[in-house]
Design a protein around this ligand. Sequence first.
Ligand SMILES: NC(=O)c1ccc[n+]([C@@H]2O[C@H](COP(=O)([O-])OP(=O)(O)OC[C@H]3O[C@@H](n4cnc5c(N)ncnc54)[C@H](O)[C@@H]3O)[C@@H](O)[C@H]2O)c1
Ligand SMILES: [Zn+2]
Length: 326
Amino acid sequence: MIVQHSQGSYEISFHSYSIANGITVTDENVAGLYPSQVPSDSIIIPAGESSKNLSTYSFICQELLKRGATRKSQLVALGGGVIGDLVGFVAATYMRGIPFVQVPTTLLAQVDSSVGGKVGIDLPEGKNLVGSFYAPQQVIVDTSFLNTLPERQLQCGLAEVIKYGWIVDPDLLKATNRHDWERFETVSRCIQLKAQVVVEDEFETKGIRVWLNFGHTIGHAIEQLTEYKVHTHGEAISIGMVIETRIAELLGFAEVGLTDQVADSLRFHGLPTKIDPDLSVDSLIRVMRLDKKSDSGELAMSLVQKAGVCQLVKNVPQQVVREALL
Ligand SMILES: NC(=O)c1ccc[n+]([C@@H]2O[C@H](COP(=O)([O-])OP(=O)(O)OC[C@H]3O[C@@H](n4cnc5c(N)ncnc54)[C@H](O)[C@@H]3O)[C@@H](O)[C@H]2O)c1
Ligand SMILES: [Zn+2]
């Protein structure tokens, strides 16, 4: 599969991964699980979101200098979305940009973060506050990496898969509504969908890429208010998709009963569908008003009208959001 973008194109290939050319950067978990795919001169960083920061960014750049990396060197980002975003950002900026290859090893990274060219790091003030659009040379997808993924991480990726189903592809909902869902078919379908969306709207300016944000306005607010400690990203957006569909129903935008259908599709895979009642509605709304889609404090959300149809809805009244949150 080829993804065209403003600077050129890259290929997404599906095959078993050995070792790609270049300097591999990975995390400790992946290095421990896949020693034969991690060459001895690899750069290995601690696992988890807390590594997606400025100090690990500098550490990697300095390690590259020590290894004599030049403008012609290539990086291999072997890992989940944290490695992909961080190593992609190093690649975008080291010596003003060097090539990199994405080798996503989590379901979330395979179906979402490795495609589309968004790279970046977090600041203490918030997630993904520094970054760029920077396309890889190639994405290599090997679904056998998923065999070692803990159940909770698999669920996290499934939330994004189910999201694709609701926003653009109802067939995907049917295909994943079973416990023995086909991994290869599912991952390749999601990548195809993500690739179509980012090709049509590379810089999120045409109101299409924003569909991928379904569940994320509420989901991000939940993650932020619980300081990223209570829920995985997938769990937070699972709750977000249910509440945002309730908003769509209350607005008369979605057919009645859609919220229950969305909740059922997520609950089937053990994903949460209810918000913690201790979370303050005022705080949630305050955080949502800072969301990138909001315009001068007016709430905006990508809402599903019916399975496979999504739209950015602007000026969502606060009162409706409050009602849906209660
Ligand atoms: N760039 C984008 O478009 C985009 C989109 C969505 C999310 N993201 C970013 O992705 C990040 C989340 O990605 P993630 O969920 O993959 O997190 P992650 O990279 O932290 O991986 C989750 C955990 O799984 C472990 N792991 C990775 N591969 C494994 C394997 N094959 N077997 C066993 N364990 C494995 C990791 O060590 C880690 O502990 C966030 O920082 C988010 O902002 C980016
Ligand atoms: Zn997401």
